[in-house]
Design a protein around this ligand. Structure first.
Ligand SMILES: *Cc1c(COP(=O)(O)O)cnc(C)c1O
Length: 227
């Protein structure tokens, strides 16, 4: 029962830790259900799914983009989302900046860190993060609000801990720089199998999908593959 899952998770989260319900593959009605159960932020991986869900839920929740953002989806994305958690290149930041300027919006973003330095994964490598933040901080329609990282999704949750420790270190280092347009407030890390460990290591946004909605079934309702 998703409502009970939401109440249980919310009651266990420490003060100051925000819950993002990771909603990929879920139907708008299911997502509306968890919002009515107390979820304040919905995380979407695909702009097209977000558009559908937004039509039903609108401003009853905040919307975070947590997937891989394609340049040609940015124009639509900046209208719906309240935060983009997965900025990992100057190119995508410039596109966000440009599209936000056109509609007079300032977009809060997180920089996604590839803590494990895995070539096939998205996110900026840890040693490149500071430079990227400096470059993006010149974009006037973007506010960098912190960092996001994934960590391994399967296996032993403890395997995620070094990834989270690494992201937290980078977070603190960038915070000390006091850059313009940069306000290091959020560290988004941890999913169903790892969020408790993430919180121990300093996360204040956790992104939880299966523990709220149940296991995902791919193929039936979406063409998009598992990340
Ligand atoms: C799917 C997803 C999650 C949630 O994963 P669960 O294991 O279902 O909790 C969190 N973050 C991102 C970026 C995701 O794509």
């Amino acid at each position: 029962m998703t409502k009970q899952n939401v109440s249980q998770i919310l009651s266990e989260l420490p003060n100051g830790v925000e819950l993002v319900a990771a909603a990929k593959t879920r139907q708008p009605e299911e997502i509306l259900g968890v919002v009515e159960a107390g979820v304040k932020i919905v995380g979407e991986n695909y702009v097209q799914e977000a558009v559908r869900a937004y039509e039903v839920i609108g401003n009853k929740a905040k919307w975070h983009f947590i997937g891989y953002l394609q340049t040609n989806k940015v124009k639509k994305a900046v209208r719906i989302f309240d935060m983009i958690e997965t900025v990992d290149s100057l190119e995508i930041a410039r596109e966000i900046d440009k599209r936000c300027a056109q509609i007079g919006k300032i977009m809060p973003v997180l920089i996604e860190i590839n803590s494990g330095r895995e070539k096939q994964k998205s996110g900026v490598f840890p040693e490149k993060a500071e430079q990227l933040v400096k470059e993006i901080s010149t974009c006037q329609n973007i506010r960098i609000m912190g960092l996001m990282t994934m960590g391994p999704r399967f296996g032993n949750p403890e395997d995620s801990r070094p990834y989270f420790v690494e992201a937290k270190k980078i977070f603190e280092r960038i915070k000390k720089l006091n850059l313009p347009n940069v306000e290091m407030r959020y560290l988004s890390m941890g999913m169903t199998n790892s969020y408790k460990i993430a919180i121990e290591e300093g996360a204040n946004i956790v992104r939880i999908g299966s523990k709220i909605f149940g296991e995902r079934v791919y193929g039936a309702i979406t063409k998009t593959p598992s990340p």
